[in-house]
Write a protein that binds this ligand. Structure first.
Ligand SMILES: Nc1ncnc2c1ncn2[C@@H]1O[C@H](COP(=O)(O)OP(=O)(O)O)[C@@H](O)[C@H]1O
Ligand SMILES: [Mg+2]
Length: 397
C-alpha cells in the first residue's frame, strides 16, 4: 500500500516522538519553532518531553493499543532513545512513516550488528569478538589480549552493562556479572581522547555534519563537551568523513551521532553510533545558527538541511545528580553561563538533570584552567574539573 507523501511536512502537523526524555524535550522545542506540534509516547507521566509537547500517549512501548493510538495522533514518527523494540517500530511503520527506518535502529541497538555493519561500511572499530559462552571468552581474550572491555550487546548506556577485564583472573566474574548473553569483547583502546560527530541526512541523500567535538566522561557519564575538539585538522577531517560514510551506508533519514576514539597516533576508531540527537550535541543549541535538534526535526520532516556552521566555540557541562543540580541558583546568577534544565522531578545520583553551555569567540576556547574558571560556580568542583579537563595533545602529522 502506498501512502501519499506528507513530506515536506507542512507547518501545524504533528511529529510523533517515541520516548519522553530530555532529547525529546529539546527536539520538541526546536519543532515548535518550526511551527510543528509534537506528540510523545512514554510510560512516564510528567516526562521532560511530555511537559513541552502538544500531546502525550501514556503507554508502554510494546503495547499494540498504545502504539496504535499514538500513531493515529501523528503525521510522522521518530524516536529519541534506542531501547524501544524494533518490532514495536515495525508496528508503527505499518501505520505512519518512521524516520529513521526501523532497520537503522536494529543495527544500532545491538553491538554485534553495529560493529559488523561498521566494519562492512569501512568504518574501523577496536577489534572485537562475539562471546556467547565462557569458552568463547577465553578464545576472545587470547585473540585480543588483555585488558579488554566485555559488554552486553543490548540495553547498555552510561557505562552500564560493561566491565573492564584487566587480567585472566577477572574473566570469570566479568562473564558471570553481565547479562543477557551473548556479550561482546572489545580490545581496550588506549585513546588520546574521545570525540564525536553529529551528522544529518535527508531523503535526497544529502548529508551534513557538525564540527568534531571532544567528550570527557566521568564515571562513564558524559561530563564535558569541548567544541571544537583540540585535534589536528587531518584527524577531524577523517572523523567527519567516517560519520558521513556511516550515515550513507545506513541509508539514514534523520540524525546520527558517531562516538569515536582518537588513538595515540592520531587515527580514528568508531566506538558506537546513536541514530538520534546526542548529549555531545547540546552545545549546538547555543553555539550554532541551526542546532542538532533543529537539524533532526528538519531531516525527519523532509525540510532542507542547511550546512551546520558554528558561530562560537563552546564548552557544555552536564548537570548530573543532586550535587550539581544544587548549584542551580548560583548557575543562574553567573554571567555567561547558559542554563538548560530538563524538568525532571528527582535528582537521583548519576541522573542527567540539565546542562550548562559557555560560549567563547571562535578560536578562543581556553585550556583546562580557563575552562574551569569559565564555568563559574561549577569551578567550585575544581578538584574534579582540573582532573577532568586535562586535554591530551594529539601528535601533529
Ligand atoms: N574498547 C574500549 N576501550 C577503551 N575505553 C572504552 C572502550 N569501550 C568503552 N570505553 C569507555 O567507556 C565509555 C562507555 O562505553 P560505550 O561503549 O560508549 O557505552 P555506553 O553505551 O555506556 O555509552 C566510553 O565512552 C569509553 O570512555
Ligand atoms: Mg557511549
Amino acid at each position: 500500500m502506498t501512502r501519499p507523501s506528507v513530506f515536506p511536512l507542512p507547518p501545524n502537523r504533528t511529529i510523533g516522538i517515541v520516548g519522553g526524555g530530555q532529547l525529546g524535550r529539546m527536539a520538541a522545542l526546536a519543532a515548535a519553532r518550526l511551527g510543528y506540534r509534537c506528540h510523545i509516547l512514554t510510560p512516564e507521566p510528567e516526562s521532560p518531553a511530555g511537559q513541552v509537547s502538544a500531546g502525550v500517549t501514556l503507554g508502554d512501548y510494546e503495547d499494540p493499543a498504545a502504539l496504535a493510538e499514538f500513531a493515529s495522533a501523528v503525521d510522522v514518527i521518530t524516536f529519541e532513545f534506542e531501547n524501544v523494540s524494533a518490532a514495536g517500530l515495525d508496528l508503527l511503520a505499518a501505520l505512519k512513516p518512521v524516520r529513521p527506518a526501523p532497520s537503522v535502529l536494529r543495527t544500532s541497538q545491538d553491538r554485534i550488528a553495529e560493529k559488523s555493519f561498521l566494519n562492512g561500511a569501512g568504518a574501523p572499530t577496536a577489534p572485537w569478538r562475539r562471546v556467547a559462552s565462557r569458552a568463547d571468552l577465553d578464545r576472545a581474550a587470547a585473540a585480543l589480549g588483555l585488558p579488554a572491555v566485555l559488554k552486553t550487546t543490548r540495553l547498555g548506556y552510561d557505562g552500564k552493562g560493561q566491565s573492564l577485564v584487566t587480567g585472566p583472573q577477572a574473566l570469570d566474574e566479568a562473564f558471570a556479572s553481565l547479562a543477557p548473553k551473548p556479550l561482546v569483547l572489545e580490545g581496550f583502546v588506549d585513546f588520546a581522547c574521545e570525540i564525536s560527530v553529529i551528522a544529518a541526512r535527508g531523503e535526497d541523500g544529502r548529508a551534513v555534519a557538525f564540527d568534531v567535538v571532544e567528550n570527557r566522561h566521568r564515571h562513564h557519564i558524559l561530563d564535558l563537551t569541548l567544541a571544537p575538539a583540540p585535534i589536528t585538522e587531518e584527524t577531524a577531517e577523517e572523523a567527519r568523513a567516517i560519520a558521513l560514510r556511516v550515515a550513507e551506508a545506513l541509508d539514514l533519514v534523520g540524525l546520527i551521532a558517531v562516538e569515536m576514539f582518537v588513538t595515540r597516533d592520531g587515527g580514528v576508531l568508531v566506538n558506537e553510533i546513536a541514530p538520534r540527537p546526542h548529549n555531545s550535541g547540546h552545545w549546538t543549541i547555543d553555539a550554532c545558527p541551526v542546532s542538532q535538534f533543529e537539524l533532526f526535526v528538519r531531516a525527519v520532516a523532509g525540510l532542507p538541511l542547511p550546512l551546520p556552521t558554528r558561530h562560537s566555540d563552546a564548552v557544555m557541562k552536564n548537570l548530573v545528580g543532586p550535587e550539581e543540580t544544587a548549584l542551580w541558583p548560583e548557575i543562574l546568577a553567573a554571567p555567561g553561563l547558559i542554563p538548560h534544565l530538563y524538568g525532571k522531578q528527582e535528582a537521583r545520583p548519576g541522573r542527567k538533570m540539565g546542562h550548562v553551555t559557555r560560549l567563547f569567540p571562535r578560536g578562543a576556547l581556553p585550556g583546562p584552567f580557563g575552562i574551569a574558571a569559565a564555568l563559574g560556580p561549577l569551578a567550585a568542583r575544581a578538584d574534579r574539573l582540573e582532573e577532568t579537563v586535562e586535554i591530551p595533545l594529539v601528535p601533529v602529522g
